[in-house]
Write a protein that binds this ligand. Structure first.
Ligand SMILES: *[C@@H]1O[C@H](CO)[C@@H](O)[C@H](O)[C@H]1NC(C)=O
Length: 472
């Protein structure tokens, strides 16, 4: 009986939604999203997105801590929202110092030392979304965090000479693979590690194997041998001699993932290593909640609706993808923010930063306009870096103003409702943006704002594209 009632209710909700949508299409004037509270909160079971690109090489993307993640059961103490936002601030701090420092890496200590140099600016946080790739022959399937803000791909490796944290899948054992080979210190690939990791590589005393070290903003790190191995992207993409880090000393908040897939802009990233195969093009869609899935795919073939804006040069030789943000609209009205506010800080797009960071001169007007539009809902206290929150537990559905980002070249991108608010709980639904402390700190377009968008990185073409409803 109850089920019948709820499916009836569900049916009529759908009808009403359909009606609203068609109204919106006809007049094109709706400046609000009508949001079901349930659409913002993850459920306890995974319901994979059925949408996806029609491409050969496409991996399923899941959130590190959601019910769709295979790594989840390895992590009984999943982080709270406060933990996630604190870790996010560590990543942002290290991005800021990395982009403002004049370069010059630290030194990788010996494998038997416990820490990497905590040189400010030499590290970035590690991100939140996971894909499964194959490594070795025979192939081992490994869950890796994918990160557009760093270049080196690495995974924990046997014999874990110093330390491996607990991971979901068996740890890669090079001695069982027929395609593994070490890189020596005299190989020119070894010296490329400096710019990719921010640390000068070291040399193993007797065997002369190249040793990398990389540290992330949340004080996670990996140290190990630089090696080549066959990488397999399901279902049938094979990349022989893929340069990666075979981690012998690994610690940190990787949530059961085996390591990291580096999709940054620099020399040894996945994008650069597979340039001939995938033409330096990849795209992804991040799901609306942790109980759905998105995708990460390689090679061309984006939807026709994708609109492109040029990458900007953010910092010579950095891993980050610079973009040009020129304005923001809230509820159809362009905020009056001088364009110098955006141009003086510069902007990047990052898959690993959670909350978009705006300069104070842009965040202030955004918050004011959002608060005005939300004035009928009860305000509650903020959480960590989020300062504009509402108790929406009394509402089945509610309205939030539409927000669009304007990029260089006249490209306007409408954010999904899941890209506007960050739902801590029904009692605390917050504006999903935060201000940088310093007006000169780089603006970061983070992964909450990217949710459900089809985002195409055409690295060879020097442009990034945005399409709507790439996944749900
Ligand atoms: C790779 O180098 C390490 C460190 O020198 C060594 O222990 C390991 O046996 C080497 N592996 C292969 C397959 O040569």
């Amino acid at each position: 009986m109850a089920t019948q009632n709820s499916s009836l209710l569900f049916g009529s909700v759908l009808l009403v939604l359909f009606f609203l949508c068609s109204l919106e299409d006809t007049f094109g004037t709706a400046q609000y999203h009508n949001v079901q509270l349930s659409s913002l909160l993850p459920s306890s079971t995974c319901s994979p997105s059925t949408k996806g690109p029609n491409k050969k090489t496409s991996l399923k993307v899941v959130h590190k801590h959601g019910p769709c993640s295979q790594t989840k059961q390895e992590e009984p103490n999943a982080p709270t929202h406060i933990d996630i936002l604190l870790q996010d601030q560590s990543r942002v701090n290290s991005i800021h110092s990395r982009l403002s420092s004049t370069g010059g890496g630290g030194d990788v200590k010996k494998l038997d030392s416990t820490t990497l140099p905590a040189k400010s600016g030499s590290s970035i946080g590690s991100g939140n979304y996971i894909v499964v790739v194959g490594l070795g022959t025979p192939r081992n399937d490994l869950s890796l965090i994918f990160d557009t803000g760093s270049d080196l791909t690495w995974t924990q490796c046997e014999p874990c000479a110093r330390s491996c944290y607990k991971q979901k899948e068996p740890i890669l054992d090079p001695s069982k693979s027929t395609t593994y080979s070490n890189i020596t210190c005299t190989n020119s690939l070894c010296s490329r590690l400096s710019s990719a990791t921010g640390n000068t590589p070291k040399c193993a005393a007797t065997t002369s194997t190249c040793i990398y070290g990389i540290q992330y903003g949340d004080s996670s790190f990996s140290i190990g041998y630089v090696a080549k191995e066959t990488l397999t992207l399901p279902p049938n993409g094979v990349v022989p001699n893929y340069l990666f880090g075979c981690g012998q000393d690994n610690q940190g908040l990787f949530g059961g993932a085996a390591g990291l897939l580096g999709l940054g802009r620099n020399a040894i990233s996945f994008v650069q290593q597979t340039a001939l195969k995938y033409n330096k093009i990849f795209s992804y869609c991040l799901p609306a909640t942790a109980s759905s899935t998105g995708y990460l795919s390689f090679g061309g073939g984006a939807s026709n609706s994708v609109k492109y804006t040029s990458f900007s040069d953010i910092s010579q030789g950095s891993s980050f993808y610079g973009i040009e943000i020129v304005g923001i609209t809230v509820g159809g009205n362009k905020l009056s923010i001088p364009s110098s506010v955006f141009s003086s800080s510069g902007s990047i797009i990052d898959s690993g930063t959670v909350i978009t960071r705006l300069t104070p001169g842009a965040y202030g007007p955004l918050r004011t306009a959002f608060r005005r539009a939300m004035s009928k809902y009860p305000a509650v206290s903020g959480l960590s870096i989020l300062d504009t929150c509402y108790d929406l537990s009394g509402y089945k559905s509610f309205e939030i103003p539409k927000i669009s980002f304007l990029f260089g070249g006249g490209v306007s991108v409408d954010l999904a409702s899941s890209g506007i608010v960050y739902a801590v709980s029904a009692k605390q639904v917050c504006l999903g943006f935060a201000a940088n402390e310093d007006a000169g700190d780089v603006t970061i377009f983070g992964n909450v704002q990217q949710k459900t968008l089809e985002i195409v990185y055409d690295v060879g073409g020097g442009r990034v594209g945005f399409g709507s409803a790439g996944c749900h």
